[in-house]
Design a protein around this ligand. Sequence first.
Ligand SMILES: [Zn+2]
Length: 367
Amino acid sequence: MTEDTRVQALDFNEAQALEEQIRTQILTAEESQAYFGTGTYAGNFGAKRWYATTSQIKRLAHKNRNAVKGLNLWQNDELDFYYSQLKPEQLTIPEPKVCEFCGAEREYLGLISHNGWIYEWEVERWSNTPQRCDCEKAVKKREAEEVERKRLEEEERQRREAEAQRERIEKQLADSGMKKRFLARRFENFVTDIPGRKNAYRTAKEYADNFEAHNANGDGLYIEGTFGTGKTHLAAAIAIQLIEQGHSVIFKTSDDLLRDIKATLDDNGKEEQKVLDRLKRCELLVIDDIGKEQATDWSTAQLYAIINDRYECQRPVIITTNFNENDLIEVESPKGVGTHRIKAILSRLHETCGLMTMDWQDWRGNG
Ligand SMILES: [Zn+2]
């Protein structure tokens, strides 16, 4: 005879009282996490899960011969027709442990559900750890563990957030159209060795730092100057800083920008509209090296449409160009065709863009 068989079967009232009690035993999310390693068993919504201590479960089994699935304390399947038919798996009840601090006996918890009229109760799983002790030292240890758990959780949250941020920035950079070789052109590595460079840096940095205000007004920058003075570097530095702050920026040479539009022309205008929409709607559009493209009536019309649309919607544009105004009019309207359009573009840009001139002699001979 094992100890279990000495437990007396409960009478009707005792059994009902015990079941009533169990039906109030619901885990909080924190307890569910602590005992079962997951918050899934918290509450009781729909799932009809309760918990009971091992001794409650043993007593429940004596409500009648065995009222808990898998728990046949008599080890005899012939006792009940249904049990002998269904042969439930034998349940192993975990032995209690003692509190490491006060020595009190701590039982394991079984997650149980009521399973219809055949088995009545079913133990779904046992807790990973025995019931927690409420003695002072055990409580202190748990609190310390909780602090540590929260700290790790916060650390993990921050790590994930940084990762998501990094991915978002990478995607934005890829979407911006900026070429790889421009990605290293940041404010940090712009050389400010002469007053001209220093001033240009200051203007560009001011623009990036106060983008919210400039954006609200639709203010852009018109960066003109001779080859190799760092125009593209500063325009890229502005774009990268803004992308890292979460702004939508497109950065393209006028050549690439026109090529993008041209590449979509065969597609019944659907793709074209998408490309144009992006160029028109992004928060900042940087057109690098304007005037370098092979200008045609079509290309100036495209540039005009984009710049004019942004002008009307007060969306900023940054332009870099190697040409001064007169030269730009000339290269953009080679046979005198479309002069009015390039003049209109320049007039829009004059109205909205701060002028940055970077036309000192470049002795490095590179951009
Ligand atoms: Zn204790």
